[in-house]
Design a protein around this ligand. Structure first.
Ligand SMILES: [Zn+2]
Length: 48
């Protein structure tokens, strides 16, 4: 009765951030640079 649970319990989808090249989740703001949908959503503070 083994089902293809592998198809369900996959790793979360990640895409490569076009801005910083890091991994981020689609429909989510990149946690590294705050980029989302070709827009800068979050302001990454660079020092003072
Ligand atoms: Zn990024």
């Amino acid at each position: 009765m083994r089902r293809a649970y592998n198809s369900v319990l996959r790793l979360p989808q990640v895409s490569e951030c076009p801005q910083c090249g890091g991994a981020y989740r689609p429909h989510r703001v990149c946690p590294a640079c705050g980029f989302y949908k070709e827009r800068q959503i979050l302001t990454v503070k660079v020092g003072a």
